[in-house]
Ligand binder design. Structure first.
Ligand code: MMA
Ligand code: CA
Length: 329
């Protein structure tokens, strides 16, 4: 149905609806007929309406009602058409939107696939990184353990090195002492050989052995200093007494003789020739000695050899026998 059909209904107010007109030019005729119809009523004048006239009036009212209804139908049709237009427009937009949505869906699906691929790759990379991290952590632990062990070994080596250095020092000291001892023994041996080859000096050159050391008992008499010089020429020094047994061994020579003790440096402070002080446990002064008689006595001698406490201080210039000691330890 279209606008042409609507006007076709208006075309025949008096007739039935048997014929439907479809040409726009026929609509013009419809209005012409209508005008004619209305013009009939408008032209009516005269006395009260007869049945025929009343019938004509009814016909006119029906014609108007039909026109109103037709107008309303037209309006409804118009609204319907507009609605259809809008619906059509909405549908086109919907179709367009659908196409867009389908495109978007395709794109999104594609992106989703790419993202899933990326996700899988990232997951794989993540796994590899975690494995690498675990391996590195393990290696790091092993390196730390190795480092600790190396540090420990290094400490032990340093300790060993220190100990070896210390031992080396001790060995060098021992070597020096042994070299000195060897030289002294060499001199003593040479003296012995000299004594054997020259019997005339054998009597005056008496060396005796006691507790690992050698002692020379002089036959001559000299001042304390000259006596010491003689000892040093023999590779020895004036005797140093370190024990009661040594004291007894020395005094058994039964002579007055210089020993390696003096207080020349500081009056009253007695020191052995090697610089060590006289110890309380091993000092053997005679009664009332040392007394520094007349303020002139700075050197020590074995005097009262009958007694263990036999030491006396005497003037250093006096000539006496002496005892040298060659210490091997
Ligand atoms: C006394 C006594 C000693 C002193 C000498 C000096 C015989 O001993 O006084 O202490 O050294 O005389 O000749
Ligand atoms: Ca004295």
């Amino acid at each position: 149905m279209d606008a042409t059909d609507i006007y076709a209904n208006v075309e025949e107010p008096s007739g039935g609806h048997s014929k439907w007109k479809r040409e726009m030019n026929r609509s013009t005729n419809i209005y012409e007929n209508k005008d004619a119809c209305c013009a009939v009523e408008q032209n009516r004048v005269g006395p009260a309406l007869s049945d025929v006239a009343r019938s004509k009036t009814v016909k006119t009212s029906s014609c108007r009602a039909a026109a109103v209804i037709l107008g309303l139908l037209c309006l409804l049709l118009l609204v319907g058409l507009i609605t259809l237009g809008f619906l059509h427009k909405d549908r086109t937009e919907l179709e367009m939107e659908m196409v867009q949505l389908q495109t978007s869906h395709k794109n999104l699906t594609k992106e989703n696939d790419q993202l899933q691929t990326s996700f899988r790759n990232l997951t794989k990379e993540n796994d590899q990184l975690q494995t690498s991290f675990r391996n590195l952590t393990k290696e790091n632990d092993q390196l730390q353990t190795s480092f600790k062990n190396l540090t420990k070994e290094n400490d032990q080596l340093q300790t060993s090195f220190k100990n070896l250095t210390k031992e080396n020092d001790q060995l060098q000291t021992s070597y020096s002492i042994l070299t000195k001892d060897r030289d002294q023994l060499q001199k003593i041996l040479e003296k012995r050989i000299d004594e054997q080859n020259n019997p005339q000096v054998l009597y005056s050159e008496v060396w005796r052995h006691f507790n690992g050391n050698f002692y020379y008992f002089s036959s001559l008499m000299k001042s304390w200093q000259e006596s010491r010089n003689d000892c040093q020429q023999r590779g020895a020094d004036l005797v140093i007494i370190n024990s009661a047994k040594e004291q007894d061994f020395i005094r058994s020579w039964r002579k007055h003789m210089w020993i390696g003790l003096n207080d020349r440096e500081v009056e009253g402070t007695w020191r052995w020739v090697d610089g060590t002080p006289v110890l309380t446990a091993t000092r053997f002064w005679g009664t009332s000695e040392p007394n520094d008689a007349k303020g002139t006595e700075d050197c020590a001698e074995i005097y009262n050899y009958e007694s263990q406490n036999s030491w006396n201080d005497a003037p250093c210039e006096i000539q006496k026998h002496w005892i040298c000691e060659s210490r091997l330890k």
